[in-house]
Ligand binder design. Structure first.
Ligand code: FES
Length: 166
């Protein structure tokens, strides 16, 4: 079975190699509709996002309609049909973070980056998302950048945090 660890060198692959790998993944998952979410996860790991062409490829390989594939991926917020930026910033808006200023942190990020939730800056550097509790409620509000957790953030720290990424 191909796992996400097997696709770590994907950035060195040609488009053709990526599609071949995705085809192997789909075969590994027996082309079963029940496995569509896992297949979409792997496809996103291979391509970075799920553009229309990839959706069409999955649909044809699995003998499903494109609308079926599209309806599943648009239902889950962790799937993206647009390319993500180099840094994905996710602000926690779970209850603890929300009441301790998560919304203000999010607004500051929107101002600094000039984008809304779900968008990517034109230079493809930053994407902004929100999420629910990440288990750091004791040190809320929290956010992550490419999976790294930042705790007790506040609007005044945002510029400095972004500065460390440059
Ligand atoms: S609510 Fe944000 S970490 Fe729990």
């Amino acid at each position: 079975m191909i796992t996400e660890d097997d696709i770590c060198n994907v950035h060195m692959m040609t488009e053709e190699e990526k599609y071949n790998l995705l085809k192997d993944v789909i075969i590994d998952y027996d082309r079963k509709e029940d496995n569509l979410i896992q297949i979409l996860h792997m496809a996103q790991a291979i391509f970075g996002y799920l553009p229309t062409e990839v959706q069409h490829f999955i649909a044809s390989q699995m003998d499903l309609s494109v609308s079926k594939v599209n309806s599943v991926l648009t239902f889950y917020s962790f799937f993206s049909t647009k390319p993500k930026g180099k840094y994905t910033i996710s602000v926690c808006l779970g209850t603890a973070c929300y009441v301790r200023g998560g919304k203000e942190v999010l607004n500051k990020l929107k101002d600094e980056l000039g984008i809304d939730v779900g968008e990517t800056t034109p230079d493809k550097r930053y994407s902004l998302t929100v999420m629910r509790c990440i288990g750091s409620c004791g040190l809320a509000p929290a956010m992550t950048i490419n999976g790294k957790v930042y705790k007790q953030v506040n609007p005044n720290r945002i510029k400095r945090i972004l500065g460390t990424l440059k």
